[in-house]
Design a protein. Structure first.
Length: 276
C-alpha cells in the first residue's frame, strides 16, 4: 500500500521553494500579483484515485501540479472509467476562465497541487500578457501530448500498443546497463490509457515476457531484455515521437531507470523504490 498521506490543505505562504514557481505559469507573475495569488492559495495532497476537480462544474479553484501525476477521465453510460490524458508537474488542472467540461481531474498517483481561487488567477492572466502566454504554452504542450498519444494508438493492435508504450519510456542502454521501467499508474489506468482491458494488458505483458523481450520483476517494474525486438514488435518506425516525449520530460505513466547491470557483488544495483 502507498504510505499514508496527510490530505488536509495547508496554507501556501511563499513561492520561493515552490516547484511550480519554475515550471508553471506563475514564474511570470509580478511580485505584487504573486503575493495576491499566494494569499488565495493552498497546497493539498491527494491520494491515488482521489478526485481533485469533479466534471460538469465550474470549479471555484484551479490547480498547478507540484508533484505526482493527474489523470483527465470520464465515465461512460455503463459506469466505466476512461483515462483520456495524464498531466505532469507544472501543468494546470481546471480552467481559470470558468469553462465547464464533462471531464474530471483525479490523482493518477499520489499528488500534491497548489490550488488557487479561480478569480485572482484569471485576473493575473487578464492583466499580464507574459503570464497568459506561459499558460498558453503549457496548454499547447498538453494538447500536443494528447495528439502524440492518439497517434501512437493508431494502426496498432493491443500487443503493439503496450510494446510501443514501454519503448517510449526508455533511453538507450549500453552493454553494462539494464533498462528498468517503473510503472507509476495503476493497471486499470494504464489499460484504459492504452485502450484495452486489464486482462488484455496482463496477457500482453506476459506474452512479451514469454518471448524474451521483457522481464516482469514485480507488478510495478519491468526490465527490458531485448530493446531492438521490442521496437520491432511495437512497429516503432519513427523515433521523432519518442524523442519529443523525452525532450519534454513526459513520463506518460512510467519512469525509466537506466541502472548499472551488476554491482561489485554480482547483484543488481540501485534498485528503485517501488510502489507497494
Amino acid at each position: 500500500m502507498s504510505p499514508s498521506l496527510p490530505v488536509g490543505p495547508t496554507a501556501q505562504t511563499s513561492c520561493a521553494d515552490c516547484p511550480a514557481a519554475l515550471s508553471g505559469p506563475c514564474q511570470w507573475f509580478a511580485p505584487c500579483l504573486r503575493d495576491k495569488i499566494v494569499a488565495a492559495s493552498i497546497h493539498r495532497r491527494f491520494r491515488q484515485g482521489e478526485t481533485i476537480l469533479p466534471g460538469g462544474q465550474v470549479p471555484a479553484r484551479v490547480g498547478i501540479i507540484l508533484s505526482g501525476l493527474v489523470k483527465i477521465c470520464t465515465i461512460d453510460e455503463h459506469g466505466n472509467d476512461h483515462v483520456l490524458q495524464i498531466l505532469h508537474p507544472g501543468e494546470m488542472v481546471g480552467d481559470p476562465f470558468g469553462a465547464s467540461v464533462p471531464f474530471s481531474f483525479d490523482a493518477a498517483t499520489d499528488a500534491t497541487l497548489c490550488l488557487t481561487q479561480r478569480a485572482p488567477m484569471k485576473e493575473a492572466f487578464d492583466r499580464h500578457p507574459d503570464s497568459y502566454a506561459a499558460h498558453l504554452r503549457i496548454a499547447m504542450r498538453q494538447q500536443l501530448e494528447l495528439h502524440f498519444a492518439q497517434l501512437s494508438m493508431r494502426g496498432r493492435n493491443s500487443l503493439q500498443r503496450i510494446a510501443y508504450w514501454i519503448s517510449t519510456q526508455t533511453p538507450e542502454a549500453g552493454p553494462d546497463r539494464v533498462l528498468s521501467v517503473r510503472i507509476l499508474l495503476s493497471r486499470r489506468d494504464l489499460a484504459s490509457l492504452l485502450e484495452m482491458t486489464v486482462e488484455t494488458l496482463s496477457r500482453n505483458l506476459h506474452q512479451l515476457e514469454d518471448r524474451g523481450v521483457i522481464r516482469i520483476v514485480t507488478p510495478e517494474r519491468l526490465e527490458i531484455l531485448d530493446a531492438t525486438r521490442l521496437r520491432l514488435m511495437a512497429r516503432f518506425q519513427d523515433a521523432r515521437l519518442k524523442d519529443a516525449l523525452q525532450r519534454q520530460g513526459w513520463e506518460w505513466g512510467a519512469r525509466a531507470v537506466n541502472l548499472p547491470r551488476f554491482s561489485a557483488r554480482g547483484t543488481r544495483a540501485d534498485q528503485p523504490t517501488l510502489r507497494q
